[in-house]
Design a protein around this ligand. Structure first.
Ligand code: TYC
Length: 120
């Protein structure tokens, strides 16, 4: 989300000895400065349930959140033990896509796994 916005910089020539503007010209130069705006971020969360197999949740974390086996297992166990856990932090559209992918995949396999997003 970096926008390059051209913003005018006003440059006035030095005034002459008696205080008048020498009128050698008031010039406007234009330069581009990167103007950064931080995007709104969203946590994608998995919710615990009693039925979805642990291996399936680990697979979800590997497949849709690029976690290795160790990280996926840690997150799955955190959700299992605490009821909810974070899979990642994304911009709105990416988070929305991840939630849909997880929910669709769980439904296809007839597991009740729930995945939600919340504003950070
Ligand atoms: N609690 C599930 C079980 O014991 C495992 C599980 C973990 C389910 C994480 C969902 O988001 C979840 N099989």
């Amino acid at each position: 989300m970096n926008e390059m916005i051209a913003r005018p910089i006003l440059m006035q020539d030095e005034k002459n000895g008696d205080g008048d503007n020498a009128n050698r010209g008031t010039s406007v130069i234009t330069r581009t400065k990167p103007k950064t705006k931080k995007p709104n971020l969203y946590r994608v969360l998995l919710l615990n349930d009693d039925y979805t197999p642990m291996e399936f949740v680990i697979h979800i974390l590997e497949r849709f959140f690029q976690k290795d086996l160790e990280a996926a297992t840690r997150i799955m166990l955190h959700v299992h033990n605490h009821g909810v856990g974070e899979c990642g932090i994304f911009t709105y559209e990416v988070a929305e896509t991840k939630v849909s992918q997880v929910m669709d995949f769980a439904r296809q396999h007839q597991h009740p796994l729930q995945c939600v997003m919340e504003k950070k």
